[in-house]
Design a protein around this ligand. Structure first.
Ligand SMILES: Nc1ncnc2c1ncn2[C@@H]1O[C@H](COP(=O)(O)OP(=O)(O)OP(=O)(O)O)[C@@H](O)[C@H]1O
Length: 309
């Protein structure tokens, strides 16, 4: 069965009532966004372009200030960037004049300024090996393929050993084959290190492969987290075989249906100022689609379809 974080465990990250309004003459991009992340959880967020996913990720990183609401990580308010939160962007942002190993060493030194040269090199080498790039350590970024550069970016983020890893569509620019290889690596590394991850993706299959929970955002403006979908596939799922499990299609259909139909309906309701509440927690395909509310109170499945945004 799947692993679900026990509800009595205190969340590692708590996002409460987050609202972002870039311009006072325009409605907020998103409003009243609340969710929690437990230690070791892999969270994916999915939603249409412009609903505010990157803004939420940047707020988690401490790079963007919310208009209202707040974020607390490990009991401390997030009010600026920190090495405790590593970010991997779609463009890997490597330093072009440094070799692969020096790019990693540069980041490791920022975390451990007192470490000797050897300590820094050994630590970095471990993470390069993890992403299968030990043989490319002397190369400059310009000599690497897109997939290799992205792997260096991932190794660099892991080498700093952040308490939370934030990834903004990290594989968006990669071809399907390379993407698959790196997804497998990421899955293995996360299983080994129990890294806490928050990741934006537009790829439903990627979310099902990687995430423990998938946050579904309605369309903007005034977007919000409409549902928290629990991934009910076993945690040791494999990219090549997970589609043999009938539960994969129940999850997939639920996510696609949200993106194609429900995310728009939710926005229409929102613009009509319909009442909305906390996101519902959903386990598609289980318990005859029984939906369990975030406060763990069982509610009938019919409410999913009729529930206003
Ligand atoms: N600095 C800014 N100033 C004004 N508006 C902004 C700024 N940054 C983002 N926006 C607007 O906020 C909205 C949300 O942007 P954001 O990049 O967070 O969305 P997203 O869901 O990540 O989109 P995508 O999936 O296309 O990357 C967009 O309408 C965007 O134009």
């Amino acid at each position: 069965m799947w692993n679900e974080t026990p509800s009595n465990e205190a969340p590692f990250v708590k996002v409460e009532g987050l609202t972002k309004q870039y311009r006072s003459d325009l409605p907020p991009v998103f409003e009243n966004v609340s969710f929690s992340i437990h230690k070791g959880e892999f969270i994916c967020i999915i939603g249409h372009s412009g609903c505010g996913k990157s803004t939420i990720l940047n707020a988690l990183a401490g790079l963007e200030q919310a208009t209202r609401g707040g974020i607390v990580m490990a009991g401390k308010e997030v009010d600026g960037p920190s090495l405790d939160r590593g970010v991997v962007f779609q463009s890997h942002a490597l330093l072009p004049w440094l070799s692969v190993e020096d790019n990693i060493a540069f980041a490791v030194r920022s975390r451990h300024p007192r470490w000797s040269r050897n300590q820094v090199a050994e630590h970095g080498a471990r993470f390069l090996k993890m992403v299968g790039l030990k043989d490319a350590e002397k190369k400059k970024p310009a000599e690497l393929s897109g997939g290799m550069k992205q792997r260096v970016g991932i190794a660099r983020a892991f080498a700093v050993e952040p308490k939370m890893l934030l990834m903004d569509e990290p594989f968006g620019a990669l071809d399907a084959l390379t993407r698959g290889v790196i997804q497998d690596e990421l899955l293995r590394i996360c299983a080994d290190t129990r890294q806490t991850v928050f990741m934006i993706t537009h790829d439903v299959d990627e979310a099902i492969l990687l995430a423990d929970k998938i946050l579904l955002m309605s369309n903007g403006p005034r977007a919000h987290i409409a549902e928290i979908v629990i991934n009910t596939l076993p945690r040791d799922r494999q990219r090549e075989t997970m589609h043999h499990d009938p539960q994969f299609y129940r999850l997939r259909n639920h996510l696609v249906d949200f993106l194609v139909h429900r995310s728009k309906q939710l926005q229409v309701n929102r613009n009509l100022k319909a009442a909305y509440g906390e996101p519902v927690v959903v386990r598609p395909g289980l318990d005859s689609l029984k939906v369990v509310a975030s406060r763990d109170e069982a509610i009938p499945a019919a409410r999913v379809a009729t529930r206003p945004a």
